[in-house]
Design a protein around this ligand. Structure first.
Ligand SMILES: Cc1cc2nc3c(=O)[nH]c(=O)nc-3n(C[C@H](O)[C@H](O)[C@H](O)COP(=O)(O)OP(=O)(O)OC[C@H]3O[C@@H](n4cnc5c(N)ncnc54)[C@H](O)[C@@H]3O)c2cc1C
Length: 279
């Protein structure tokens, strides 16, 4: 069983949200669609990562906007010399690099892609505020001791996965899977698509395939090992193509790992290997 229920399942808001009174309009970034949802002409956006920064910039055209930032995060421009930053990350093999390699270590932590918060403030007149520490009625408190009376708040404070429906001894004290690259200690149970599962790319559409290849190879290897008889699948017409020739999945796993570790430097996309073919 491969659990691929998504890294960003449930909108998360900090406990301070519960302190706001009924007269304050509050919504999570997941529910935000356009500035028309925000009554009045003032709004506090809490969370200055990608969602919060982009929502604040959009709202600034119609509202007076405060943007509250939590932990500092690194920032990169959207493009360098006209080339999207994710292209660099891909061509240099940074995004799919395992976190325990030097390339992977450069990818740890969250990343703001686009204008810096200072640029946002300057260009859009957004007022930057410290981390929110509490709320009472219409009053919001910040870490630097300041307070603000608010009528509308957007919580751009992220998402959490929900594995509460799994009643097996594979979750830690925070309800998150204990695993090695998605492989749990419970035979036959795997996770895929988790935030930072193995690399920055683990929960990104273009790069999740590397973890997917690995998990499938692990599942195949286990299936072969537990199958009655020789452990090979040549006599089983229902097997997927390729499984018969790589019954324990080691070739696929090795090829997948090699591909991840050997992403070529600045190789043109047309020459970059895109598939692992097991023959
Ligand atoms: C604001 C935001 C912006 C993003 N931008 C990008 C981006 O620009 N590029 C990028 O690559 N990635 C982006 N991502 C990440 C993106 O969400 C993931 O890459 C992608 O959605 C992962 O796909 P998935 O199939 O693993 O999970 P999901 O798309 O979340 O799919 C999981 C599925 O599992 C279902 N499910 C959940 N629980 C159960 C259950 N108990 N039983 C059965 N089904 C269940 C859900 O209904 C859902 O259909 C962004 C994420 C967010 C939140």
């Amino acid at each position: 069983m491969i659990i691929a229920t998504g890294a960003y399942q449930g909108p998360w808001t900090p406990p301070a949200a519960a302190g706001l009174g009924p007269g304050v309009t509050q919504l999570h970034a997941a529910a935000y669609r356009n500035p028309g949802q925000i009554p009045g002409d003032e709004v506090l956006v809490v969370g200055a990562a990608n969602s919060g920064a982009q929502i604040a910039a959009e709202l600034a055209a119609t509202h007076r906007v405060w943007l509250s930032r939590g932990a500092p995060i690194r920032r990169l421009p959207r493009k360098i010399a006209g080339i999207p930053i994710h292209s660099f990350g891909d061509r240099l093999g940074l995004i799919p690099a395992p976190f325990d390699t030097w390339r992977g270590r450069t990818q740890r932590g969250d990343l703001l892609v686009g204008p810096s918060l200072r640029q946002l403030a300057r260009r859009h007149g957004i007022e930057l505020a410290d981390r929110v520490t509490g709320a009472d009625g219409r009053s919001i408190r910040f870490a630097d001791g300041r307070q603000l009376q608010v009528s509308a708040v957007i919580w751009a404070t992220g998402y959490r996965p929900d594995y509460s429906w799994i009643h097996l001894p594979v979750l830690d004290g925070h309800g998150l899977p204990r695993h090695q690259r998605g492989v749990t200690g419970y035979p036959g149970l795997y996770f895929l698509g988790m935030h930072n599962q193995y690399s920055r790319g683990s929960a990104l559409i273009h790069w999740v395939r590397y973890d997917a290849q690995y998990i499938v190879s692990q599942a195949r290897a286990r299936a072969a090992a537990t199958r009655p008889g020789t452990g090979t699948s040549d006599d089983n017409p229902d097997d997927e193509p390729g499984a018969a020739d790589d019954p324990d999945g080691t070739q696929l796993a090795a090829a997948s790992a090699a591909q991840v570790r050997c992403q070529p430097f600045l190789m043109p996309a047309s020459l970059t290997p895109r598939r692992v073919v097991v023959t």
